[in-house]
Design a protein around this ligand. Structure first.
Ligand code: NAD
Length: 347
């Protein structure tokens, strides 16, 4: 199968491409990534010489490039991950999010439709099983109170330019199912953690700041709750929905690991105290928890996200394999061992 993966040099994309090439022998992955600040080609070191992995530096908004890739590689499926993904950046520069997440997604989707389909509701024989999988976020549903869970029936209520741009792209993808009968699936996942995540995100920031013995900034009162999923589980869920999900459907993916931001910071500090104990005399700090500092909240900070993933379990048969504490330890160890890789993404 010739699979186009967009955003495959980013956090989830690089984990996904490596996972798929490890699992399937008869797959060719065309990895299209613009190599924005969030990407790191060194994440792909282990597969750069694999003939089944073709890396293309390019923008998903570039229609003629995307058309050329479909023609040249006879693309039979798309896993669309490329996006601007950091909420804080979307507050500073929303237009980049609208360009990539809304226009870029629409571009790849429309090229796929024209390449695969003869007319409304009818696929070319060669591409009769071709599918477009849009990877999205639970943030499109806005914020929960202390109780309850998002389901596939929850109302869209995005609150940041990031989540609004993802919500817009979800709507466009849905419309290609209802209008053209295109074979699309959407997954909306909770917060991921794991190896290769960009250092701007919460967990890498906590690890990085702690190791530098700098203050660990936590927004507001630290009580905002997120549901965390180990990235490898997300990759398996994407794989299973891509192969087994029903056309036109949305599936929510969650980790059943709800923690407040302050709890996450404390958990990481606790692990670091064991893995990298602080020498008593450094800056008067004796344990990493002392570095945690509450800072001014960001605007529109959603209080809580939580997922009811029963549809995914029932219809696709997906089961989470990772234990949170073990996943977190693997993540911390990865950052400890790959400091140079994370810092040097210019190579
Ligand atoms: P990331 O920021 O780590 O990676 C995004 C990748 O997309 C980067 O490699 C970047 O270079 C590439 N990219 C950006 N703009 C591009 C463009 N115009 N053309 C081509 N490539 C471009 O993001 P991530 O955390 O790996 O997230 C991947 C996808 O999963 C996103 O769509 C995101 O919305 C979604 N998602 C992420 C999470 C999470 O917790 N990280 C949770 C749910 C859903």
């Amino acid at each position: 199968m010739n699979l186009l993966v967009t955003g495959g040099a980013g956090f989830i994309g690089s984990n996904f491409v490596i996972y798929m090439l490890g699992k399937y022998k008869d797959i060719q992955i065309i990895n299209l990534d613009h190599l924005t600040y969030a990407a790191n080609l060194r994440y792909l070191d282990s597969i750069m010489d694999d003939p089944r992995h073709i890396f293309v530096k390019g923008n998903i908004c570039d229609r003629s490039l995307v058309e050329t890739l479909f023609d040249q590689y006879e693309i039979e499926g798309v896993i669309h991950l490329a996006a601007e993904s950091h909420v804080d950046n979307s507050i500073k520069n929303p237009m980049a999010f609208i360009e990539t997440n809304v226009l870029g997604t629409s571009n790849v989707l429309d090229v796929a439709r024209r390449y695969w389909m003869e007319q409304v509701g009818s696929y070319k024989e060669r591409f009769k099983n071709a599918r477009f999988h849009h990877v999205s976020t639970d943030e499109v549903y806005g914020s929960l109170g202390i109780e309850g869970f998002f389901t596939e029936e929850s109302q869209y209520a995005p609150t940041s330019p990031y989540s609004a741009s993802k919500a817009s792209s979800d709507m466009i993808v849905r419309s290609y199912f209802s209008t053209y009968g295109m074979n699309v699936v959407i997954t909306n996942c909770s917060n991921n953690y794991g190896p290769r995540q960009h250092e701007e995100k919460l967990i890498p920031t906590i690890i990085r700041k702690a190791l530098a013995l700098e203050s660990i900034p936590i927004y507001g009162d630290g009580k905002n709750i997120r549901d965390w999923l180990y990235v490898e589980d997300h990759c398996r869920a994407i794989e299973q929905v891509f192969f087994k999900g029903k056309a036109g459907e949305t599936y929510l993916i969650g980790g059943h690991n709800e923690y407040s931001n302050i709890e996450i910071a404390c958990k990481i500090c606790e692990s670091l105290n064991k893995l990298m104990p602080i020498r008593k005399d450094e800056k008067g700090i004796t344990c990493y928890e002392q570095l945690i500092e509450l800072v001014k909240d960001r605007p529109g900070h959603d209080f809580r996200y939580a997922i009811d993933d029963s549809k995914l379990k029932k219809e696709v048969g997906f089961e989470i394999l990772s234990d949170f504490d073990q996943g977190m330890e693997k993540t911390i160890r990865w950052f400890l061992n790959n400091d140079a890789v994370v810092k040097n993404n210019e190579d």
